[in-house]
Design a protein. Structure first.
Length: 86
């Protein structure tokens, strides 16, 4: 465990990374870091069972896809297409 001496052992580093992972996945809430903001737990609900391809696409096609995705109802009120930095 941490002794306040600035020495971070492998055990402490592991515990810290696991805490970060749990916070990011919504499994652990830390009000000192997030305040009242709650991260929704990650689930596989709605995920596709499709293997992703490793081929590259052209930038214009990528921007067209991003534009289409941001038009989805799930993005409404949460994200604006003018927030994309190009």
């Amino acid at each position: 465990s941490y002794k306040g001496d600035s020495v971070v052992s492998h055990e402490i580093a592991y515990d810290l990374m696991m805490a970060c992972k749990d916070i990011g996945e919504g499994k652990r809430h830390e009000p000192e870091l997030l305040g009242d903001f709650i991260i929704d737990p990650i689930s596989t609900k709605g995920a596709y069972d499709v293997k992703l391809e490793g081929k590259r696409i052209k930038n214009d096609h990528l921007f067209e896809l991003l534009s289409r995705y941001t038009q989805r109802e799930s993005f409404s009120g949460n994200f604006q297409t003018d927030e994309i930095i190009m």
